[in-house]
Design a protein around this ligand. Structure first.
Ligand code: PMP
Ligand code: GLN
Length: 384
């Protein structure tokens, strides 16, 4: 038999699926793959149910239903003061498709793409599929600071784009105005684009506000801003995402989107349009509730003996150093041990690095019911 595509054939199964399967097999509490264990806001689901019966269920327009394109634009104005037209929004099947569409739509073989580790697992394969050359820059524990000099060196005349994930999975870093302005300077100087993965835009804590790179001077025409209803409405299975970009740039992504998925279920789109119009209280409560869960999980992990050097300022993940527990082995074997012996699944941070990343950190998701987090901490207490 002829061989399959080499890039994909050489890839393993994503760490999120691997750990979720192991969790199921071992009846472990799954704090690995990031998904809330609630069912999302009742009114958004009720809208979807009503729309399914009352509205058409055939192919919606390729760029998304007008209601959602307008709602994404209005949301950008409401939260970030961005003036966005309907022609600057495209709906995708989750942020995953949005990332693929942006990268495939922009990159020519040989183009360089700056990526910041730890990185979300779809970025590298998609850059490579497009023939791009990844230029990796590492944030390292315990403080995960942006190494500005290294980042500057990673950019060159061949740089087509940088991928920026803020708030950042898995470490919960929210890039500051100063860091963003440094990145914006590089993007401008090298005449590049920025693919901005902002799926956790509403999940920020301690009064820390997410700033889209697109809002910085000269960035409006260079950024493709990606959001996800999966995160904003705790409905990860819906896979409704959206890209906001200047019309010509958005068209690059649209050319890829038309052959990736073409469209996304229309009545989920309509329900998300309703959701994006919810009052400020909804978005504040979402973050406030998660902040409390972050605090209780981090405190509990510290009590068990983990080192949690930094509270995440965003996302629903906390990463913890297990060195003080005296485990002999790397983060992957620690996660395996945790899942099979202790009954709690987590994600090894090295999975977010190409090659040799940090080996002593694991990521726990705290987007879970309080009693589930308490039970997980009870089980983890066995590590003491
Ligand atoms: N980007 C990041 C950083 C993520 O954590 C995730 C998923 N959880 C995605 C993209 C994908 O989002 P979606 O489920 O909307 O495809
Ligand atoms: N983004 C989620 C996480 O980081 C998982 C998404 C997936 O399973 N592909 O856990």
């Amino acid at each position: 038999m002829k061989p399959a595509n080499t890039l994909f054939a050489n890839l393993g199964t994503t760490i999120f699926t691997v750990m979720s399967q192991l969790a199921v097999e071992n009846k472990a509490i799954n704090l690995g793959q990031g998904f809330p264990d609630g069912n999302g806001p009742d009114d958004v689901r009720e809208k979807a149910a009503a729309f399914l019966n009352d509205q058409p269920n055939q192919y919606p327009p390729m760029m998304g239903v007008p209601e959602l394109r307008d709602a994404v634009a209005a949301h950008a104005k409401r939260f970030y003061g961005l003036d966005v037209g309907r022609d600057e929004v495209m709906v995708t099947s989750g942020a995953t498709e949005a990332i693929a569409a942006c990268l495939l739509g922009l990159i020519n073989p040989g183009d360089e793409v700056v990526l910041i580790e730890p990185l979300y697992d779809s970025y590298l394969p998609m850059v490579r599929l497009a023939g791009g050359i990844p230029k990796l820059v590492r944030l390292m524990p315990p403080h995960w600071d942006l190494p500005r000099a290294e980042l500057a060196v990673a950019f060159s005349a061949k740089t087509k784009a940088v991928v920026l994930n803020s708030p950042m999975n898995p470490i919960g870093k929210v890039f500051t105005a100063d860091e963003l302005s440094f990145i914006a300077g590089l993007v401008k100087r090298h005449d590049a684009y920025a693919v901005c993965d902002e799926v956790y835009e509403h999940l920020t804590f301690d009064g820390c506000k997410h700033i889209p790179l697109m809002t910085l001077p000269d960035m409006r025409e260079r950024c493709l801003r990606i959001g996800s209803a999966g995160k904003t409405f705790s409905l990860t299975g819906w896979k409704v995402g959206y890209i906001t970009a200047a019309p010509a740039l958005l068209q690059c992504a649209a050319k890829a989107h038309q052959f990736l998925t073409f469209t996304t279920p229309p009545n989920l789109q309509r329900a998300v349009a309703y959701g994006l119009g919810k009052d400020a209280g909804y978005f504040r409560t979402l973050a406030d509730e998660l902040e409390k869960k972050r605090d209780s999980l981090s405190a509990g992990l510290r009590k068990v003996g983990f080192d949690v050097p930094q509270q995440p300022q965003g996302t629903y993940f906390v990463s913890a150093d297990f060195t003080p527990l005296g485990f002999k082995g790397d983060d992957t074997s620690f996660c395996h041990f945790l899942t099979t012996e202790i009954g709690v699944a987590a994600i090894p941070i090295s999975a977010f690095f190409e090659g040799n990343g940090p080996q002593a950190f694991v990521r726990f998701a705290f987007c879970k019911q309080d009693d589930v987090l308490a039970e997980a901490l009870d089980r983890l207490a066995k590590l003491r």
